[in-house]
Design a protein around this ligand. Structure first.
Ligand SMILES: C[S@@+](CC[C@H](N)C(=O)[O-])C[C@H]1O[C@@H](n2cnc3c(N)ncnc32)[C@H](O)[C@@H]1O
Length: 282
């Protein structure tokens, strides 16, 4: 049975199951289908995984993603799976490869797993499951955490990078050779009104920034000297926030780091560079 046929079977079973059964058993987020080794290597390379990273694989199967992250990329991490045999196999492999101190696996429901420690989170799950996790990813992961998803995208998120390739060994899994890898970066929260202190040359009075945010997408305006000026090219990558403002016939490039209750950075334009900062208006 290919992955799509399994998806239909899984959904039908879930729909037929009585409500009290769903309370007890973990939701089956996808059948065991290992990511081909080349995809594992491409995923970890795309996210530039390194020794400082802590990788968590949700639904870790035989452990190959966390094992490769530890052995080849020098990272640490863990995987969780509901399949006891696969968890055992993964822990045995970690031991055999001498990396059990950096890669471990446990029998755990991925929906209930504490993922706050991750700097990189990986998943190869069914499309609807990936999207069931969206709120958890946003609330538990720190801004800047990279999320890698094999084949299925997070609806409404703009990927930082993505890769597409054709792999013959995927035909038996998904019915087609097309393979996709999505890399997302968890955004900081910038939505709301901010009071910004700009260089005196741009505004002597504090400037009100009104920012709208839809996950990774940001838009908004700045109220400068009574005029509402639209932010151009606004981009949010983790805590890194950039935009442009056209003021007095010149375009100024703003860069800032969002740290909870403040944004601090620099503004460049007209041959000069100066600091700017902002605090939320409560
Ligand atoms: C497609 S496999 C991916 C395996 C591995 N991540 C890889 O890419 O090679 C999905 C895995 O998720 C596991 N799984 C499904 N539902 C789960 C749940 N609720 N909690 C933990 N693991 C789950 C399955 O047992 C299976 O091993």
């Amino acid at each position: 049975m290919n992955l799509h046929a399994l998806l239909v079977a899984t959904l039908s079973l879930a729909l037929c199951a009585p409500a009290h059964a769903a309370d007890k058993a973990p939701v089956n987020a996808g059948p065991y289908v290992p990511s081909p080794s080349s995809v594992v290597a491409d995923m970890l390379t795309l996210a530039e995984v390194g020794p400082k990273d802590f990788v968590i694989d949700l639904g870790s199967g035989d452990g190959r993603i966390v094992l490769t992250a530890a052995k080849v990329f020098g990272a640490r991490g863990f995987g969780v799976d509901i399949n006891e045999k696969l968890v055992q196999e993964a822990n045995q492999a970690a031991k055999a490869q001498g990396i059990a101190d950096r890669a471990s696996f446990s029998i755990q429901d991925l929906f209930k797993t504490d993922i706050r420690k991750a700097t990189v989170l990986t998943m190869y799950l069914l499309p609807h499951t990936v999207n069931m996790l969206k709120d958890k990813l946003l609330t538990e992961l720190n801004p800047g955490t990279r999320i890698l998803s094999h084949d299925y995208s997070l609806a409404g998120w703009i990927p930082e990078k993505h890769m597409q390739m054709d792999l013959e060994d995927k035909v038996a899994i998904s019915g087609v050779s097309t393979t996709l890898i999505y890399l997302y970066v968890v955004p900081a929260t910038v939505a709301g009104a901010w009071s910004a202190k700009l260089p005196e040359k741009l505004s002597k009075a504090p400037v009100r920034l009104n920012l709208k945010q839809q996950i990774t997408r940001v838009s908004g305006s700045a109220r400068v000297a009574g005029n509402e000026v639209l932010l151009e090219d606004a981009k949010l990558k983790g805590e890194h926030f950039t935009f442009k403002l056209a003021l007095g016939g010149k375009t100024y490039n703003f860069t800032g780091a969002v740290k909870g209750q403040s944004i601090e950075g620099s503004v460049e334009g007209g041959g000069a560079k100066a600091a700017w900062s902002a605090a939320p208006i409560k």
